[in-house]
Design a protein around this ligand. Structure first.
Ligand SMILES: Cc1ncc(COP(=O)(O)O)c(C=O)c1O
Length: 396
């Protein structure tokens, strides 16, 4: 595709997006681009016709090729990467199969994504591991936070620290590079939830150098739904199992290293939709064809900020943005309370759009997320929708 295609509505037809749907919450499910969707469907059709041959021979080779391209984008070796069907599968595989010892401790943050926190809670409940939490605020002070983390690690020597690259709601970016360095200093294993990572901003794993990290290609890379990439540093390849427990495990029972490489253990953990993973390479190619990662990420940031300003000014509230190119903005919404889910189900379908709300320190926020197909007019529409919602909330 020509690099001249302007960003905004002209690009909508290259995404699997209803042209009447106003998609300003792209950070939840993401929006798959047409070439990746078509590749996914094409490979599914081909593989259904000769399942054994495709599943055993052709698709794993194609999956390996895609993993090589992802490794290039993430600046790491493909041997450190594996496909997962969700961030939740990734954190479960890490924490639920990790070889814990009785006095281990885990450190987490108060804004951890619920399903990832549940994996931590499970380890606490099942293994009696102590879990501590550090609170972060929307406008946290970077040096104070780093010093708080360092003091905790020095004093308590947890085995693992689970923290976000960028939190979900409200949106906060963590100084991950510095945190990883502090973890290394105190011999603490770093586990980074970078569900919002690949495609959102540059992400070099060789420079960040965490122990574990997982990132969702369906959120910001326009890949098919349910495509998560797990990174495990070489040191820990043999410390975790792919969930569900599968063929890779029986070798481990004899206390010898696993027979299969990390990626292979995850690939064969269960019958899975390999074509969706393979199609990530088509999302990468598509993004190159419309100008590349830098151009896309800059546009996403700029339109998200514009959108947040439009909404906050129209509603007389404030917004809280992160440093470029993190294209997610917290916008305060003057709702008295978050309407019931049954009301919202009907409301969003009528309005052909969707937003999420979170109550944080007594205020209600939504999260605006940029995308290459958005324009200012989408946010003007969002203003009308939100005004109607606020009016309803004040009348009820
Ligand atoms: C920060 C964060 N972590 C984890 C998840 C869970 O992702 P998944 O649905 O792939 O399990 C999300 C989903 O939105 C998220 O925002």
């Amino acid at each position: 595709m020509s690099q001249e295609v302007p960003f905004g509505h002209a690009l909508t037809r290259h995404f699997m997006l209803d042209e009447n749907y106003v998609s300003v919450n792209n950070a939840s499910c993401g929006v798959v681009c047409v070439p990746a969707f078509q590749q996914h469907i094409r490979l599914l059709e081909e593989s259904e016709k000769v399942q054994d041959l495709q599943t055993r021979y052709r698709l794993p080779k194609l999956a390996e090729q895609t993993l090589n391209q992802i490794a290039e984008l993430l600046d790491t070796s493909p041997s450190n990467l594996a496909f997962c069907f969700s961030a939740t599968q990734a954190i479960s595989s890490i924490l639920l199969t990790f070889p814990w010892t009785p006095n281990d401790r885990i450190l987490t943050l108060n804004l951890a994504y619920p399903t990832c926190q549940f994996a931590v809670d499970f380890v606490r409940d099942r293994h009696g591991i102590q879990v501590d939490t550090i609170d972060i605020d929307l406008a946290y002070n970077r040096l104070e936070l780093l010093s708080q983390i360092e003091s905790y690690l020095e004093k308590n020597k947890p085995r693992v620290f689970v923290f976000d690259f960028v939190t979900s709601m409200p949106v906060v970016q963590l100084p991950c590079k510095e945190i990883v360095q502090i973890c290394k200093k105190y011999n603490v294993i770093s586990v980074i939830d970078a569900a919002h990572g690949i495609g959102l901003c540059p992400l070099s794993l060789s420079s960040l150098d965490p122990d574990f990290l997982y990132t969702n290609a369906h959120k910001w890379l326009n890949a098919p739904s349910g495509t998560t990439i797990l990174y495990v540093s070489e040191k820990y390849h043999d410390s975790i199992e792919a969930l569900p427990i599968s063929y890779g495990y029986h070798i481990r029972k004899e206390n010898s290293p696993p027979a299969d490489a990390l990626n292979v253990r995850f690939l064969y953990a269960s019958s899975t939709d390999l074509p969706k993973y393979i199609a990530i390479k088509d999302a990468i190619a598509f993004r190159k064809s419309i100008g590349g990662e830098h151009k896309i990420q800059s546009y996403n940031y700029q339109i998200a900020i514009k959108g947040a300003k439009i909404i906050a000014e129209a509603l007389g509230t404030s917004y809280f943005a992160l440093a470029p190119p993190i294209a997610m903005v917290n916008v305060e919404i003057p709702l008295r309370c978050i309407p019931s889910s049954s009301f919202l189900e009907e409301f969003w379908q009528k309005k052909n759009t969707f937003l999420r709300f979170v109550k944080y320190h007594g205020k209600i926020y939504t999260r605006i997320a940029g995308a290459p197909f958005l324009e200012e007019s989408d946010f003007l529409y969002t203003v009308d929708v939100l005004k109607e919602l606020c009016q309803f909330s004040h009348e009820s």
